[in-house]
Write a protein that binds this ligand. Structure first.
Ligand code: NAD
Length: 479
């Protein structure tokens, strides 16, 4: 079976301890490659190479670093088919989705930050006594750790600004989806990225992840993943007074008013609920509908959801592929049991899935829609991160707002109404880092991206990301 290798000091190498674990293709439930289980020796090697590369990389001009990132962006775009197939095989997501969203966005991330760094400036303040200006300097060696749901998309979203700002990087993709990070290593070699600037080490959170976050030599951690892991990283980082950026879980609400554009709202919310099998931190999972259109909305929504095709990710007509792992499938099924147990009524989800023989051991689940559950129940309060949504009624704008905010999470909320004053007033009072009005996952990469409450700390995107990956220094010159 093919062995994925670490990318350290510009070379592809096996982990020092020689340990590998199986990397499963969730669409067939069988391993297709082996992923390194890296340890402290691999981390130390990566750190040494990043530290050696830093004095040179950080002193390049912004334009020079930008050229390297553009070359990576272009090669990702050129290798769209290969990367999309790898991403689909690793995650179980539809190949069409990887081709349309994941890989183009990974290329765009590198391109965006290649351009952004050439426009990144700083402030200057003058007064009668002095002139002050701010230097924004790279931090040194930084760590980037990402999850399995949008592998190359989220990996590149961290690596690109870190490198653009002049840092050297030790990066760890999820052990469940290492393959496109491995292909990115090959791309970096192909474009001639200087050795040690980017090091990609594979393995679990408990092994190499822990090495990255416990090392004081790593000057900042940019992390995307679960809230429990994020809090652990915050705990470890606090005594070091180290910069951290945490993009964590969500329990995202959609608020549907009786004055919405009905058909568009139904279509968009089906997409918002079940794209990528519901395994996107931004997916809607609590849908609140104004009571006078509740029945009509429910009927239309469920009818559309039932039409979603679940199955082989490589089939062009598939809307939803397999969940990431057997464990995750079991976890989502446990939430479905809890929803029944808590008195929920299942509106759809029990229909059978027709699978080809080769996919029969894959981790498939039909989209589930429940109604009749209170807002305080487990399914409406905890992140499921799978194809399960609940429908609830609300009467007034005030009640809708209070239901939305009744959550320990605060990542993304969607509002569906044609009353723009109402939408703006709600947006100002909603406790989440992102509010979308009459749209979902509409992204301008210049905007601040991130969550409040248990959904995270700090913001990614645009100049926020470049500020995170730099230290500010004020210089004051007396007149
Ligand atoms: P996870 O926290 O289990 O793992 C994320 C990454 O952290 C993986 O690479 C993992 O190996 C590593 N890791 C785990 N334990 C670690 C430790 N102790 N030290 C260092 N690294 C460690 O999360 P996951 O299951 O991979 O991803 C799903 C979660 O990610 C969901 O909660 C989802 O909402 C969240 N997510 C958030 C965003 C966002 O932008 N807010 C985006 C995507 C996913």
């Amino acid at each position: 079976m093919e062995k994925i290798l670490n990318y350290i000091n510009g070379e592809l190498i096996a982990p020092k301890g020689g340990e590998f674990r199986e990397n499963i293709n969730p669409a067939i439930g069988k391993p297709f490659s082996l992923v390194p289980e890296s340890n402290r020796d691999d981390f130390n090697l990566a750190l040494k190479s990043a530290q050696a590369a830093y004095p040179i990389w950080s002193k390049l001009s912004n334009e020079e670093r930008s050229d390297y990132l553009l070359a990576i962006a272009n090669l990702i775009a050129d290798k769209l088919d290969e990367l999309a197939l790898a991403e689909s095989t690793d995650t179980g997501k539809p190949l069409s989705l990887a081709k349309r969203v994941d890989i183009p966005r990974a290329s765009k991330n590198f391109k965006f930050f290649a351009q952004a760094i050439t426009q990144f400036g700083s402030e200057s303040y003058s007064n009668t006594e002095s002139i002050n200006y701010t230097l924004r300097q790279p931090l040194g060696v930084v760590g980037c750790i990402s999850p399995w749901n949008l592998p190359l998309y989220l990996f590149s979203w961290k690596i690109a600004p870190a490198l653009a700002a002049g840092n050297c990087v030790i990066a760890k993709p999820s052990e469940l989806t290492p393959y496109t990070a491995f292909l990115l290593s090959k791309i970096c070699i192909e474009i001639g990225l200087p050795a040690g600037v980017l090091n990609i080490v594979h393995g679990t959170g408990a092994s190499i992840g822990n090495e990255i976050v416990t090392s004081e030599a790593v000057k900042a951690i940019s992390f995307t993943g679960g809230t429990v892991t994020g809090k652990k990283i915050a705990e470890i980082s606090a005594p070091m007074l180290r910069k951290i950026s945490l993009e964590l879980g969500g329990k995202n609400a959609a608020l549907v008013f009786n004055d919405c554009d009905f058909d568009k709202t139904v279509d968009d919310l089906v997409r918002a609920s079940f794209t990528n099998q519901g395994e996107i931190c931004l997916c809607a999972s609590r849908i609140y509908i104004q009571e006078d259109i509740y029945e009509e909305f429910k009927t239309a929504f469920v009818e559309r959801v039932k039409r979603l095709k679940v199955g082989d990710p490589r089939n062009a007509s598939t809307n939803m592929g397999a969940l990431i792992s057997k464990d995750h499938l079991e976890k989502v099924k446990a939430f479905i049991s809890a929803a029944h147990h808590e008195g929920g009524k299942l509106l759809c989800g029990n229909e059978s899935i027709e699978l080809k023989t080769q996919n029969e051991a894959g981790y498939y689940l039909r989209p589930h829609v429940f109604e009749g559950l209170s807002n305080s129940c487990k399914v409406n309060q905890q992140e499921v991160f799978g194809p399960l949504v609940t429908l609830q009624k609300f009467k007034s704008q005030e009640e809708g707002l209070s239901l939305v905010n009744d959550s320990s999470y605060g990542l993304a909320t969607t509002l569906w109404t044609n009353d723009i004053s109402k939408a703006h007033s709600l947006a100002a009072n909603i406790e989440s880092g992102i509010v979308w009005i009459n749209c979902w996952m509409n992204r301008d990469l210049r905007t601040p991206f991130g969550g409040t409450k248990n959904s995270g700390l700090g913001r990614e995107g645009g100049f926020d990301a470049l500020k995170f990956f730099t230290e500010q220094k004020n210089v004051c010159l007396a007149h």
